[in-house]
Design a protein around this ligand. Structure first.
Ligand SMILES: Nc1ncnc2c1ncn2[C@@H]1O[C@H](COP(=O)(O)OP(=O)(O)O)[C@@H](O)[C@H]1O
Ligand SMILES: [Mg+2]
Length: 420
């Protein structure tokens, strides 16, 4: 039986933490009460393999690290593998154990003994071995600290940015290793004997395996596990409107900037990484951000699609998208084609380009009720941030990829449901 946790206390601790600096002002971890409850009550309901996915910059990593820290000292220990390329430059993922001081040190100390093999040649294989070594080290420490760890009932392994690692570091665009590793964990969850052989003493605890993924192709691989080992994809969305506006208003009390909070919601849709970009890289210059991070992002995505030999020029890609869209809209009786996500469906490289995201099933870590019904959030697909939808819509309506930030803002002012 899972002991009751003081969820309010966990949330309070999470909200205490400063997670972002915007123009010199420290932003506390905001919102995510819903996700915390879902995570504790549903994700950790069963030993399982879980895939947490959602827009780039929605806050997956921050959420997982913050909850891990906030739960330190309780019955749950997080072991966090960060495969962020910046960290693995030295070919070793950063590993954090969120557990009492003595044991944490013992784990980190023991991990130093793992000699890190040179970057892996045969896609994935050695890496899986690395994971295996790490797990062995942890098991060893747990043996030695049995008493201290007596109170630990749950061990949550979080494996973050693994897809990006495989892609950027190992050039494994097919993500063979995710199916291998996740499949292995699923096997453990399904078969007690495999779990005990693999995890030895650790198998006496309840074990959870959580992958945070940003790449859709990786998610497809994960999806193919099809429920094996209770494997489940969970959507993690950008911050809801109210929280996003709270943060902005709070920041604007301390930092001087001439911005329209309403318009920023219509562009960023609660994505904190893009807000970070806008403030810290673009010094609140919305037009410049819009050109570089939205309009050009779509053009670059189309360009990549061309270069892969699938269409002659980015104008041709747009033409084809409009033609296909028009006929699909007619067939499905959806009115005029303006870039509706369920019609565009991530084609033309828009999934790979992280412009759109496929919504996999009904499992959601985030409540999405406040974005459902927005034109950029469909049933099966969504734009990762609304600016991508509005920029593409401006292109579709003007039949040209050469749109200006003003064109995009005009499109928003004419069509958004809630602009003044
Ligand atoms: N709940 C939150 N409140 C405030 N800022 C947040 C929150 N979640 C994430 N952020 C900020 O948003 C940015 C992107 O978050 P990150 O966790 O890296 O996203 P992801 O892992 O989904 O790509 C980070 O700068 C982070 O500090
Ligand atoms: Mg992340």
């Amino acid at each position: 039986m899972r002991p009751a946790r003081n969820v309010d206390e966990i949330i309070r601790r999470m909200h205490d933490k400063v997670v972002l600096r915007l123009g010199g002002y420290g932003v506390h971890f905001e919102d995510r009460e819903y996700e915390v409850r879902e995570f504790l009550n549903n994700v950790l309901k069963l030993e399982r393999v879980a895939f947490i996915y959602g827009p780039f910059g929605a806050g997956k990593t921050t959420f997982l690290k913050t909850i891990a820290e906030a739960m330190e000292g309780g019955d749950t220990m997080f072991v966090y593998y960060d495969y962020n390329p910046a960290i693995i430059r030295e070919s070793m993922p950063e590993i954090m154990a969120y557990v009492g001081y003595g044991v944490k040190n013992a784990i980190l100390e023991a991990l130093k003994s793992i000699e890190v093999s040179a970057p892996i040649s045969a896609a994935g294989f050695t890496l899986s071995m690395n994971l295996g070594k790490v797990i062995n080290v942890i098991i060893d420490v747990l043996r030695r600290h049995g008493g201290e760890l007596g109170r630990i009932e749950n061990v949550v392994f979080v494996i973050d940015e693994y897809d990006r690692y495989l892609r950027e570091k190992l050039r494994d665009f097919e993500y063979h290793d995710i199916s291998g590793v996740a499949g292995g964990f699923a096997q453990c969850v399904e078969h007690r004997d495999v779990m005990e052989r693999t995890f030895k003493d650790l198998a006496q605890k309840r074990l959870y395996f959580i992958f945070a993924l940003s790449d859709q192709a990786a998610l497809d691989v994960a999806d193919k596990l099809g429920g094996k080992g209770h494997s489940t994809p969970y959507l993690f969305w950008n911050l809801p409107r109210r929280s996003f506006e709270n943060i902005l208003n709070e920041v604007l009390r301390h930092v001087r900037a001439n911005v329209d909070v309403e318009l920023l919601w219509q562009l960023l849709g609660g994505n904190m990484r893009e807000l970070d970009e806008l403030v810290n890289n673009y010094d609140w210059d919305v037009a410049m951000w819009l050109r570089e991070n939205a309009i050009n992002r779509i053009k670059n995505t189309f360009d990549k699609y061309c270069k892969a030999g699938r269409c002659g020029s980015i104008s041709k890609v747009l033409n084809e998208l409009v033609e296909n869209g028009n006929s699909a809209a007619r067939e499905l009786n959806l009115g005029e084609f303006v870039g509706q996500p369920d019609i565009v469906r991530g084609y033309f490289g828009l999934l790979e380009g992280n412009v759109m995201v496929r919504l996999l099933g009904a499992w959601r870590l985030s409540g999405t009720s406040d974005v459902q019904g927005e034109p950029w959030f469909g049933n099966d697909y969504a734009y990762q941030i609304p600016a991508y939808y509005w920029a593409l819509r401006a292109m579709i309506e003007r039949r040209t990829v050469n749109v200006s930030p003003d064109d995009v803002v005009r499109t928003i002012r004419e069509n958004a449901k809630t602009m003044p």
